[in-house]
Design a protein. Structure first.
Length: 469
RNA sequence: GGUCCCAUCGUCUAGCGGCCUAGGACGCUGGCCUCUCACGCCGGAGACACGGGUUCGAUUCCCGUUGGGACCA
């Protein structure tokens, strides 16, 4: 498939809630495939389930895709806008004798299913309505596809290889419900046909649907596309990833302070690999992506590795970009009273990146530099702001006042001489100062902190801390 | 229960018959660095599910068992 420039793939989520990790991985692989082969990537919203689909969810999907950088070439198409098309294809099947009306109610079906089961027969539809010559009065029918009984349907999957299904296992599936809406398996086939999809790349959970879809393609008179079924993403307990496994929605990762490139990189490496390489830019992903190197086994989602990647990408990120992102978070928290000077804020960001795994951590680290009044952690105070350090802090404040420029190097000189004169270790002075300035015991290097925080704030806080003792 | 799929360190994976005393990454862990916490650097523990074949030789091919998953009900 090296010259397949007519590649057309799609991502077809149902707008019934969040855009979750599994969906993103499917979207990503489709996108990579399309970009690798210079084909088209189509976004299609499968919203025929009217009871569960919402406009809000469509927005979440669209926004999520944009955030991730997964741009599409056509769409978003909505199935609800295509009802006429489905009806036309239904009619075609009925007229061709390949589909028939079914008047059975769910209750009736359930009873017969149980009877069949009791009699030791497979619980497939008994085709009762196929022989009907006239409509059943007072009932609105569904439409069933007349499936093939004999032989086998072979799914030639690009990832799985040939998967064989016995046709007698497949029963006459409903293609149009009595409410007039097409069912999933039918709509997806009509959509993929009319949108000229060349490769259907989707989750493993659809593999069992594929033989009946192939039969529909054949009944409609079309060649099926290529199929590629991606292995599932599992939670730590090895069941299909879901909400109970923790954060699974894209929006949650945005809120948690993740960068899109970290999520993309992580998800790309879940089920796909390229030798020993772990870090991939989007461009490298596009260049190297191939269905040949997609694994068959399901993979467990590992949040810690994602966190590691996020840390990596924060180190790589442009400070101006990070500054804007972190500032946004601070504004949302309502702690930004006066807009900080952006060049100064970038210095703060530069100091914070190394020890931050998420933007939220950066925000927390930036807080003492932004707000006017800090609250000092009680434990930290008890341990480091002891009676003997009060004079030490006052002495330090006095010596810092005349320092110009108020730089890392100059400040360090003051500390060094003070520490030497008193014959104490640097830590004995640095930790109390750290508590005085940030309210806690954890921060970047103390000289950096002091230089970035600025003389006024530093001296004010050191004196305030001394007065607290 | 039926159908289908899958099987290398705890996790993601490399491996497509000999290069494997099984490599990398996350995590874990020992040490170094050090003003705290991190980062970083150096080292360590840690896997081919099991049983049969095929072959001169199996992690790699085939079959079975076991285990896990998905779909349908």
């Amino acid at each position: 498939m090296s010259t397949a420039n007519n590649v057309r793939v799609r991502f077809a989520p149902s707008p019934t809630g969040a855009l979750h990790i599994g969906g993103v991985r499917t979207a990503l692989f489709n996108w990579l495939f399309a970009r690798h082969y210079h084909g088209k990537f189509i976004l299609r919203i499968e919203d025929t389930d009217q009871t569960r689909s919402t406009g809000e969810s469509i927005k979440i999907i669209v926004d999520g895709m944009k955030w991730l950088g997964l741009d599409w070439d056509e769409g978003p198409f909505r199935q609800t806008a295509r009802m006429d098309i489905y009806r036309a294809y239904i009619d075609r099947l009925i007229k061709g004798g390949k589909a028939y009306y079914c008047y059975c109610t769910p209750d009736e079906l359930e009873i017969r299913r149980k009877e069949a089961l009791k009699a030791g027969k497979p619980p497939k539809y008994d085709r009762k309505c196929r022989a009907l010559s006239a409509p059943v009065p007072g009932r609105i029918p569904a439409v069933r596809f007349l499936s093939t009984d004999e032989g086998q349907t072979i799914v030639r999957d690009l990832i799985r290889g040939a998967v064989t299904f016995e046709n007698q296992q497949l029963d006459d599936l409903i293609i149009q419900r009595s409410d007039g809406f097409p069912t999933y398996n039918f709509a997806v086939v009509v959509d993929d046909v009319t949108m000229k999809i060349s490769h259907v790349i989707r989750g493993d959970d659809h593999l069992n649907n594929t033989p009946r879809q192939i039969q529909l393609y054949q009944a409609l008179g079309y060649d099926p596309p290529e199929f590629a079924h991606l292995p599932m993403i599992l939670g730590a307990d090895k069941t299909k990833l879901s909400k109970r496994h923790g954060a699974t929605a894209v929006t949650e990762y945005i809120d948690l302070g993740y960068l899109p490139e970290a999520l993309v990189n992580y998800l790309a490496r879940l089920g796909w690999s390229h030798g020993d390489q772990e870090i991939f830019s989007s461009q490298e992903l596009i260049e190297n992506f191939s269905l040949d190197t997609v694994g068959k086994a399901p993979s467990v989602f590992n949040p810690e590795k994602l966190l590691w990647l996020n840390h990596y990408y924060i180190q790589q990120a442009d400070h101006g970009r990070l500054a804007a992102l972190v500032l946004d978070l601070l504004r949302k928290d309502g702690v930004v009273k006066t807009e900080p000077d952006i060049e100064w804020f970038k210095k703060l960001i530069a100091m914070l990146t190394e020890r931050s795994h998420t933007l939220v951590e950066m925000k927390t680290g930036a807080l003492p530099f932004i707000i006017d009044e800090i609250t000092i952690d009680e434990k930290a105070k008890a341990k480091h702001l002891t009676a003997d350090v009060a004079p030490l802090l006052r002495e330090l404040a006095d010596r810092l006042k005349p320092i110009e420029p108020f730089s890392h190097e100059e400040v360090e000189k003051v500390f060094t001489s003070l520490v030497n004169e008193k014959g104490i270790k640097l830590g004995k002075l640095a930790q109390p100062v750290r508590v005085a300035l940030t309210g806690g015991t954890v921060s970047p290097g103390i000289f950096e902190v002091i230089a970035v925080m600025g003389k006024d704030k530093v001296i004010r806080r050191i004196v305030a801390a001394a007065n607290l003792i």
